[in-house]
Design a protein around this ligand. Sequence first.
Ligand SMILES: C[S@@+](CC[C@H](N)C(=O)[O-])C[C@H]1O[C@@H](n2cnc3c(N)ncnc32)[C@H](O)[C@@H]1O
Length: 159
Amino acid sequence: MANPLLMREVERLRPGSALDLGCAGGGDAVWLARRGWRVSSVEQRDLPEKFPDGEFDLISARFLHSHPDRSRASCRILKRATEAVAAGGYLVIIGHAETPSWSEHLDCDFPTTKNVLDSLKLMDNWIIITNEVVRREVTGPKGLVETCADNVLTLKRLL
Ligand SMILES: C[S@@+](CC[C@H](N)C(=O)[O-])C[C@H]1O[C@@H](n2cnc3c(N)ncnc32)[C@H](O)[C@@H]1O
């Protein structure tokens, strides 16, 4: 199943070529393909070293920052992703802002959207479409319901 925030960000876009970074089970990629996107998706690959060739109208990076060990690599992946977005294309970055109390990553210091923007060092041919923290309900062990938050950053390359 696709991520609701990714769906929300992409629904308004005209389909073209798309790249899903860290595709896992492929839920996002399948949803994009059903909406008419020509999707490339990669998993089990050292993305900072071997980034897919080509340019894309949409690149999605969802929860790449989900472990602190991967945070530095993720910054390099996202920077590389900005170079692979075609003129007029979009980069959608969805990351954890906080985790529920039962998460093993409770003490993680997740990057904020400002941290991500600072690390990308974008030129003025980019505009920010979405920059927000979105809260959602999650159900954990024994049916415990809590809220946690995700960072959503959608960037558009103008030229
Ligand atoms: C939450 S999943 C993405 C979900 C996916 N888009 C879907 O539709 O189900 C994030 C994925 O990013 C991958 N990932 C994180 N860092 C990576 C790296 N440095 N190189 C390759 N994959 C990475 C993880 O293995 C994980 O499968």
